[in-house]
Ligand binder design. Sequence first.
Ligand SMILES: Cc1cc2nc3c(=O)[nH]c(=O)nc-3n(C[C@H](O)[C@H](O)[C@H](O)COP(=O)(O)O)c2cc1C
Length: 254
Amino acid sequence: MKFYVLYFSPTGGTKKVLDIICSAWDCPKEYINLSDASGMNLPASFDENDICIVGVPSFSGRVPQFIIPILKQLNGNKAKAILVTAYGNRDFDDTLLELKDAMEEADFLCYCAIAAATRHSVVPKYGTGRPDSDDIKELKQFARKCREALDKPFSAVSVPGNRPYRQYSPIPIHPKADHHCTACGLCSQKCPVHAIPSGNYRKCSSKVCISCLQCIALCPAKARHINPVILKIAEVKMKKLCDGRKPNLLFHLS
Ligand SMILES: Cc1cc2nc3c(=O)[nH]c(=O)nc-3n(C[C@H](O)[C@H](O)[C@H](O)COP(=O)(O)O)c2cc1C
């Protein structure tokens, strides 16, 4: 049996949630970052005894789209999967359903799913400080229940969402570098969709960029930023939807 953690976590919130959940399994884990090299480091195939936790942030209530073809090319061979999404205190809409559909197409058995409320990576005043100590307690409980569910006869998890999925609406927020940029190239190398041209790091293709903000999180010189006016507009627009404390949710067969 091998334990895999497949994830995309451009600003660290999803990974934080996964680390809390994974602490329920006391065994070696192989972490695979889905934003690295379009899945070149993925195992060719899994085994039915393997456990695979797959975690993504909810973007526009959907799975970040570059991930779908990466997942669909996997050969799950009926390995056991736990689906996780981190959402920024608005809603995760069809994210878990889309993730489940992709994993089932790749022949994984989806036992359980978790939606975890996190700090909003674009407007961090929403969901600020999450996951907090109450979240950690609750997510650990969820993880224990998932561990138990994996030992029971398989029944596919039922998750909320609709088909066709909600329309993916990109947000017009594209980080740019200022004069502090040292041209180290890390942003361009690590961009999951290759939106930052190599050798021209101050630029960012607004057509290709998915606004994941990984380039801001990674930049050693802290040279990349979002336009503060656009950010303020986003903050005001999102206020009603992101106010209040949103729940963590577990989906599994009881
Ligand atoms: C482009 C984009 C779209 C997002 N869309 C949603 C959304 O529809 N609902 C929501 O609750 N949070 C949304 N968020 C917030 C993220 O889901 C949340 O902050 C998540 O924890 C980010 O994961 P990370 O910290 O691993 O990058 C969005 C964030 C970004 C960057």
